[in-house]
Design a protein around this ligand. Structure first.
Ligand code: A3P
Length: 320
């Protein structure tokens, strides 16, 4: 039995709950890890060797990960691919930017080479909290872009995703029960406030290492934020690129309307082992959709919890 196997056995005593998606989650070092991802997470934490050029995209599920992957991929590989030859035209963003648990032996190169996309800079994504990231990420100059979303919209998005992808023979949790559970902090990679505050504080302490973005801000002015992300990552747009409208072209390519209408995102599935439809990553892409699903009472209770958890941190969410 190797060390990681041993640790997994050791962790059998960890608190265990059913998540809103019906899968088991275990509370490991302060966050709820999907049980099926525990072993790959431990492996990532133990083996991942970060390079200075690496770029880590961190989010909670349903905060806009797919969008962020598309934008950052397009920004950093713009010299390899013109817009009309972008791999995004034929591949889902998740096929181009892997998650931490997909990195083989903790090395980003392997997966990139398999996908035939550039290996440098290595761009990959995580849902892990800041404190749970591998040490080498803190030792290297790897940059982190964190995207957060109004927890109410994120919850509604997650609940729909769960309902759409519920395995045959299983039932999705009713909305009100799911809301209770998530706002008690019991959700994959949650409690959500702890993960968001972890990256928020890190961005204040180390602004050159962590860029903290909000989904709602990106929806308001994607051109401004694409420029900001590019500068933060050390890939600023040149005068000529700006004058030629390249930033607008990237935002247009990665927009909800554009990505959701691509054949690959309308019809294909992620892969055999994870038979989620690509289309389920594109639902509405709106701000404030929670208003259509939560009663004023449900929303009021949730908003009070948000207010209490984020307190005077300086991080605020709009509820109108
Ligand atoms: P909704 O369910 O509210 O529509 P993730 O990528 O983290 O799984 O998040 C999915 C959410 O992001 C979904 O939200 C999805 O519609 C939205 N989304 C996906 N692509 C987007 C894009 N290009 N622009 C804006 N939102 C996008």
């Amino acid at each position: 039995m190797d060390k990681i196997q041993e640790s997994v056995c050791e962790f059998e005593a960890l608190p265990r709950e059913k998540s809103i998606g019906g899968g088991w989650i275990v509370k490991y070092k302060g966050f709820w890890c999907p049980e099926m991802l525990l072993q790959p997470t431990l492996s990532f934490q133990k083996h991942f060797i970060s390079k200075d050029s690496d770029i880590l995209l961190a989010t909670l599920p349903k905060a806009g990960t797919t969008w962020l992957k598309a934008l950052v991929f397009s920004i950093v590989h713009r010299n390899q691919y013109s817009i009309d030859q972008s791999p995004l035209l034929t591949s889902n963003p998740h096929a181009l930017v892997p998650f931490d648990h997909q990195l083989k032996h903790g090395k980003s190169e392997t997966l990139y080479q398999e996908n035939n996309t550039p290996s440098s800079p290595g761009v990959f994504a995580t849902h892990l909290p800041y404190d749970a990231l591998p040490n080498s990420i803190f030792k290297s100059k790897c940059k982190i872009v964190y995207l957060c979303r109004n927890p109410l919209d994120q919850f509604i998005s997650q609940w729909h995703f769960v309902v759409q992808n519920v395995p045959q023979g299983k039932k999705a949790m009713p909305l009100n029960e799911a809301l209770e559970l998530v706002f008690e902090g019991i959700n994959i990679f949650g409690p959500f406030w702890e993960q968001i505050m972890g990256y928020w504080n890190a961005s204040l302490e180390c602004p050159n290492k962590v860029l903290f973005l909000k989904y709602e801000d990106l929806r308001k002015d994607d051109v401004f934020y694409v420029k900001k992300i590019a500068e933060f990552l050390g890939f600023p747009f040149g005068k000529e690129e700006e004058e030629n409208g390249l930033i607008e072209e990237i935002t247009k390519l990665c927009s909800f309307r554009s990505l959701s209408n691509m054949e690959v995102n309308k019809h294909n599935k992620m892969h055999e082992k994870y038979p989620v439809k690509n289309s389920s990553y594109f639902r509405k892409g709106e701000v404030g959709d929670w208003l259509n699903y939560l009663t004023p009472e449900m929303a009021g209770r949730a908003a009070r919890i948000i207010q209490e958890k984020f307190g005077d941190s300086g991080l605020t969410f709009e509820f109108v």
